[in-house]
Design a protein around this ligand. Sequence first.
Ligand code: NAP
Ligand code: MG
Length: 403
Amino acid sequence: MEKIKMTTPLVEMDGDEMTRILWKIIKDELIYPFVDLKTEYYDLGLQKREETKDQITLDSAYATKKYKVAVKCATITPNKQRVEEYNLTEMWKSPNGTIRAILDGTVFRAPILIDSIKPVVKNWKKPITIARHAYGDVYKATEMRVTDLGKAELVFTDNAGNETRQTIYDFECGGVLQGQYNKDSSIISFAHSCFKYAIDTKQDLWFSTKDTISKKYDQTFKLLFEDIYNKDYKAKFEELGITYFYTLIDDAVARVIRSQGGYIWACKNYDGDVMSDMVSTAFGSLAMMTSVLVSPEGNYEYEAAHGTVTRHYYKYLKGEETSTNPMATIYAWSGALRKRGELDSNLELMKFADNLEASCIETLNAGIMTKDLVGLVEEGFEAKAVNSVEFIKAIRERLELKY
Ligand code: NAP
Ligand code: MG
């Protein structure tokens, strides 16, 4: 076959450990034979981050602003042990955090469903996509533990020096306190990303906070969303026959569990952290989740939702066979190639992304899967565990039949 041409490059962010090994096999087996791949390559592997003093991460994020589409491999976020292991001069920050801060986006996570693995929640038939606001709140909070008696106050000093004060609590014993914030600009970006993603994927959008209790903080989220919806998206939603629905977080939890799925659930930062783990676990595994960061400017960064699978990597280094699931990483590639195709009006590239995903699903439906999934398969279905390379080759066989 003649390889599919690309007109604009993708930003390619390579990563670490087992996912770095899979990254190369996926490209060699599933992309290069079919696509005349154009990428601008950034090595976000920990060694290169150390060599460049993390400049490479910043460069890759700015390249994403230029080209609009990136695909990212999982990367190590260094902790103390990694600093020793890799002989680092600094505990470099999480690349995902750095990239998010530059692109200012919302992370959308959706499960990949197959017939033989049923969600733990029996009535879930369609994917539930979690949209997590990835800025502020408890993740940027200032905390204090107090042991002396005294008064805690919230003080805001404006640039002219005027103070606004409110008593938080008069402590008659020891205790804890915390100051959280968020910014209108970030909440507005979050709202735009969610409404755009709902339109892109033609799904209903749910949004939940606790505005009955948090009458200023969460209320601000609710009102900004409402305002942006009415001004910019209502007409398009009505035209597509999709709905925007706001409800309290506790009501949302009850409705989600009773639903059939098939919508986007937008959550504040902490709710999104917790709920995405709940939803992904109930649907199967992190290796069967797609994840994309969508920025309000319309930049897209596709990645796997899991980490670098360190335990498997050490087995691999010892020459042992590994059965690491490459699905989420393959879908990061197909997602990025499809979006590149969409932005460049490259129908062949979009079709390739569909064919690649279809070949993955056909392979799984044939009962060929990695070890992590075999244990989840329902009674009545046959499943055989293969290693990562065998799994990817089985996908390639099916993909070749489509060309
Ligand atoms: P992890 O890499 O997600 O792996 C945790 C465990 O989950 C694995 O040991 C494995 O379980 C299972 N697992 C995850 N992905 C799998 C896959 N594709 N196929 C099969 N099993 C899979 O999390 P971690 O071990 O906590 O973190 C490892 C490194 O990844 C850390 O350095 C962390 O900083 C980094 N990390 C990066 C990202 C990112 O770049 N997005 C996200 C999270 C963590 P078994 O061992 O039981 O087989
Ligand atoms: Mg979490």
